[in-house]
Design a binder for this molecule. Structure first.
Ligand SMILES: *[C@@H]1O[C@H](CO)[C@@H](O)[C@H](O)[C@H]1NC(C)=O
Length: 353
């Protein structure tokens, strides 16, 4: 009896060791939101997980990507009931909390309401060992701080912080300072479950690609950012709303992949972009449209088109950006300047989340 228990413990430890390295690499993901049939093209390379807001898993991924369910909020309670049925006997590793709680058109909840819901809908899963995110906040640190207080009072579990971020292609430094502020404020691992460039900032395609890779590479390397999902799972002329730039798209209108998707799938360093990058090409080539390359599987890749006009009124720092700037300034006034140093995690050996 004793012997077999020991064996079991050893086997279990071996299993843990076998699982951890794979889990540690789970970083880049998809905020899924387009024709399910387009899925298999993207479920490759460095992409390892996805979420789908209130909706269910995409069967076309054939289990290649890890599915992360989300409790969107009361507006989609019936979809959540369906997710709960799916999770019976098939517990996920992670669940995401409510979607953009401080935005009127989104989950739109007070911290108190959200904490009660978290306790009712998510805490039972925390007790079964599932790791649970905070509500997926956009800009309002006070909202999340209040939520954490309410949650503590009720005794609920928040394993990691989930946030969304949109800005301009010039905002790399702002993104870093924001993520650092969130980390210092909440002291938990972070997932960025949506990020991208705003439509109103009106950048050209090359600027978006460059930002996409710089931001993704940085988020992938920072030790406490565990996962990130660029909001690009839509076809270029049919973005999910008018806030995010349509050029963030991973798909052409016919469902073929855009260059930006190939970078996301295959490039880990901005200095060594994919073979499809036109940064390495002479400038005469950069302007050429319809230039094709081959990806690892031998598929033809066409440079992303850039034929849409910039908006009439360019907005560089919108209300969310201003609120984040203020939160960073407030944090620095209280705690001293945010360090320029990055807490990098080159060997990816932390499998916390
Ligand atoms: C799909 O659309 C892209 C971009 O417009 C184009 O380059 C490509 O040739 C199209 N592919 C097919 C199979 O029509």
């Amino acid at each position: 009896m004793r012997f077999s228990l020991q064996l079991l413990v050893v086997a279990f430890a071996a299993l843990l060791c076998a699982v951890s390295p794979t889990d540690a690499k789970l970083r880049r993901g998809l905020a899924w939101g387009v024709n399910d049939n387009y899925g298999p093209k993207l479920a490759k390379g460095l992409i390892s997980w996805y979420w789908h807001w209130q909706d269910g898993p995409n069967p076309k991924f054939n289990g290649k990507l890890q599915w992360v369910p989300c409790f969107w909020g009361p507006k989609y309670q019936s979809q959540w009931e369906q997710r709960k049925r799916e999770m019976k006997g098939n517990l996920p590793q992670y669940i995401l909390g409510v979607n953009e709680p401080e935005i009127p058109g989104q989950a739109n909840l007070s911290p108190k309401q959200a904490a009660k819901l978290h306790m009712r809908e998510l805490e039972p899963y925390a007790r079964k060992g599932v790791k649970i995110s905070s509500p997926q906040m956009v800009y309002k640190t006070e909202w999340l701080q209040q939520f954490m207080k309410e949650c503590n009072k009720l005794g609920c579990t928040v394993d990691f912080i989930a946030i969304h971020w949109y800005g301009t292609t010039k905002d790399m430094a702002k993104l870093k300072r924001w993520v650092k502020t969130i980390h210092k404020t909440f002291n938990k691992p972070i997932w960025i479950t949506e990020y991208g460039v705003t439509a109103a900032s009106g950048p050209n395609m090359n600027a978006i690609k460059r930002f996409h890779m710089d931001a993704t590479a940085w988020l992938t390397k920072v030790s406490y950012v565990k996962r990130a999902a660029w909001l690009g799972c839509f076809v270029v002329n049919n973005p999910p709303d008018s806030y995010a730039n349509n050029k963030n798209a991973f798909y052409n209108d016919n469902g073929s992949l855009r260059d930006i998707a190939h970078w996301y799938m295959y490039s880990s360093k901005p200095v060594k972009r994919s073979a499809h990058s036109n940064r390495a090409l002479p400038s005469s080539h950069v302007a050429r449209r319809g230039l094709t390359h081959k990806d690892e599987d031998g598929n033809d890749i066409v440079d992303d088109d850039d034929d849409s006009e910039p908006p009439e009124h360019i907005i560089e720092c919108d209300e969310y950006c201003q609120a984040r700037d203020k939160a960073i300034a407030d944090f620095e006034a209280k705690n001293g300047p945010i360090s320029e140093e990055d807490d990098l995690d080159d060997d990816n050996d932390d499998d916390d989340n």
